[in-house]
Design a protein around this ligand. Structure first.
Ligand code: NAD
Length: 419
């Protein structure tokens, strides 16, 4: 018998497996990708937060395993679902992956099972989508099996707050479901916080992501106003952050990226429409944030005009950093990709350098050497560590800095254009 099965061995599933295995639980990762499964079983990690050395030890000494076979779920006590929840082309929730997996789980459901959905989604998903599919097995939630929602709050690339020490919010279909899920996480993660329903737990995660989206939009709007006012927005944000209470610092940037912040808020927008309600903050934030790559393109164009007397068309532009945030190789929804596409459409010759991203197949590009002298303009889109940004300023190219990576040096140089 295995203690915990985690369906979906991605950014969420693999760190979650580590936390349970390190707490002494037997863990099985279930993924449809046979290549990933083979890698996991060899102790080779493709998730940067769980180094291969750590994974190998978990496989060799703690019995962590991976499989593509859903049948193995029959012999597991708890089944956690950490599968993608994307948006459709029309920007509506696409639960097909989760629902498909739940139908497979339902075929193997037995009395005593605990099922927990961890994927980010709108309030009502666990009760309206997961529950009826599982109960189609003939078993009843709260009586024969337990069902709960517990959002994953991991921030990939971060080492101070991890899956283990970020409190786990848990809400079950019944009080007994909440108790059972809370008992599973207790001992594996440091703190468990119970709420009274899966809906409260689902909305908790969305509130966290919407909070970020709205506040990032606020500083992005301010950055555009600051350009007109001739004020350095970074100086203002840094100064405001000296207030010890009542202010939380958010930085402007080229737009939102990753699997969460650009997508999740629209799960709530969609659900709200069912109740005749319009989530205006979410829509406005989305509009401002989605416009940022266009604004950044115009900044690059201006910088080339004034700094190099060149037009965007025909210029050689190096994008520095294409991952959606520093120190990771994840390019999902990265604003850098949108910006590259816009620059290419405008006739620029675009290359990129990113030590974490060797290639971007969808754009047909590979990471180029960091040789700023070969370009008319270098645009700092993601400020990975290990790059001497101040030295970049001393080079020939015009620099456009969307991350304040050049700091004081960029503030005083004629050649640096900042967001
Ligand atoms: N990545 C994050 O930072 C983060 C943080 C918090 C919450 N979340 C949420 O967690 C959920 C999972 O996100 P992720 O980033 O871990 O996704 P991911 O894309 O990294 O991993 C998903 C995994 O599921 C596998 N998979 C897809 N369909 C499958 C199926 N039918 N059966 C078995 N395996 C299947 C894929 O092969 C992949 O390995 C999403 O709802 C996301 O919004 C993500």
């Amino acid at each position: 018998m295995t203690d915990v099965a985690i369906v979906g061995a991605g950014y969420v599933g693999v760190p979650l497996a580590q936390v349970f295995a390190e707490a002494g639980r037997s863990v099985l990762l279930v993924d449809r990708d046979a290549e990933r499964v083979a890698q996991l079983n060899r102790g080779e990690s493709y998730i940067e937060d769980v180094p291969s050395a750590t994974l190998k030890q978990l496989v060799d000494e703690h019995g962590l395993r991976a499989t593509t076979d859903y049948d193995e779920l029959r012999d597991c006590d708890a089944i956690l679902i950490a599968l993608p929840t994307p948006l459709s082309k029309q920007r509506e929730p696409d639960l097909s992956i989760v629902n498909g997996a739940v139908e497979e789980i339902a075929k193997r459901l037995r009395p005593g099972h605990l099922v927990v959905l961890e994927s980010t989604t709108y309030p009502g998903t666990t009760r309206e989508e997961v529950l009826p599919r599982l109960e189609a097995s003939g078993l009843r939630a709260g009586e024969d099996f337990h069902l709960a929602f517990s959002p994953e709050r991991v921030d990939p690339g971060r080492s101070d707050w991890t899956t283990k020490n970020v409190p786990k919010v848990v809400g079950g279909i019944t009080a007994a479901c909440t108790d059972r899920a809370a008992a599973l996480y207790t001992g594996a993660v440091d703190t468990v916080h119970r709420v009274t329903s899966p809906e409260a737990a689902e909305l908790t995660k969305l509130l966290e992501n919407i909070f970020r989206s709205v506040n990032i939009a606020l500083v992005n709007e301010l950055a555009q106003l600051c350009d007109r006012l001739g004020i350095d927005v970074w100086e203002v944000v840094d100064a405001a952050a000296t207030k010890p209470f009542g202010f939380m610092s958010f930085k402007p940037g080229p737009g939102l990226g990753g699997h969460c912040i650009p997508i999740d808020p629209f799960y709530l927008t969609w659900k709200a429409r069912e109740y005749g309600f319009y989530t205006e903050f979410i829509e406005l934030a989305g509009k401002i944030n989605e416009n940022m790559p266009y604004y950044c393109r115009s900044l690059i164009s201006q910088a080339l005009n004034h700094g190099a007397e060149r037009s965007l068309k025909g210029s050689n532009v190096l994008i520095l950093g294409v991952a959606y945030k520093p120190e990771i190789g994840d390019t999902r929804e990265s604003p850098a990709l949108k910006l590259i596409e816009l620059l290419q459409k405008a006739g620029a010759n675009v290359a990129y350098h990113d030590p974490h991203v060797p290639a971007v197949p969808e754009l047909g590009l590979r990471s180029a050497p960091l040789e700023p002298e070969s370009y008319d303009c270098v645009a700092i889109v993601t400020d990975h560590g290990g790059i001497d940004y101040e030295a970049l300023v001393d080079n020939g190219a015009v620099i456009v800095d969307f991350r304040n990576a050049t700091r004081d040096k960029g503030r005083t140089s004629e050649k640096v254009w900042k967001l």
